[in-house]
Design a protein around this ligand. Sequence first.
Ligand code: ADP
Ligand code: MG
Length: 250
Amino acid sequence: MNDLSQSNIIHIEQLTKVFYTDELETHALAGVHLSIAPGEYVAMSGPSGCGKSTLLSILGLLDTPTTGQYTLNGKAVANLGFADRSRIRNQEIGFIFQSFNLIGDLTVFENVELPLTYRAGMAGAERKERALHALERVNMAHRTSHYPAQLSGGQQQRVAVARALAGSPSILLADEPTGNLDSKNGEAVMRLMQDLHSEGATICMVTHDPRFAAHAERQIHLFDGKVVSEDELLRLLAASEESTSTGTAV
Ligand code: ADP
Ligand code: MG
């Protein structure tokens, strides 16, 4: 392994993902390179269907790449089996989804505590202390016995952030965390992400909102399954608009 794969939390090289459905082959990722250093806040954006969620799922060990290298905290993880992936995901990754993904028949407290119950060797008392601390961190400790349906969307997303934080992961991955929120609740969740970052959290967040992307210290752009520079993105978008308008004119 080279130095870059050791000094970064995330280091990927030449990552591809191909989906096969019926007779169709979709090249969702077409050779992605990306490194994220400890403590960085990275925002990822790009047009719908360009591979953002696919990339985040692979980074979060929810899916595996077709080819390529992925080093997470110094460990090669691209080709691990299901059990190893689950264990490493539980320890290293905090995932925040657009649709919150809380479990409806568990209370707020139980939702946050649940991932910690899969940690070998973590005593019940530590689990409870961590869950409560994470809920305090997102200002939801006054709602521990509520069920998700009794909360607003913004509150549900704060609980989901607490669930992601409770296990002290190496990195927080968020896939359009404000996508289902109104602007006020969206801004509150974004402030929370900024606060977590200023306390040292490493964050990679997908967002299509340029105001929120501007909160991050680095912005990366994805286009057709590849990381491109901002200049390149503008050129590609202009070219695709041109070809669309030519197409309709014909
Ligand atoms: P984004 O999040 O940027 O909108 P996605 O990563 O969800 O894009 O999708 C990238 C491409 O891969 C799209 O063409 C999408 O249709 C395809 N895709 C995503 N997931 C699957 C899947 N499970 N099976 C087949 N195709 C998929
Ligand atoms: Mg997506």
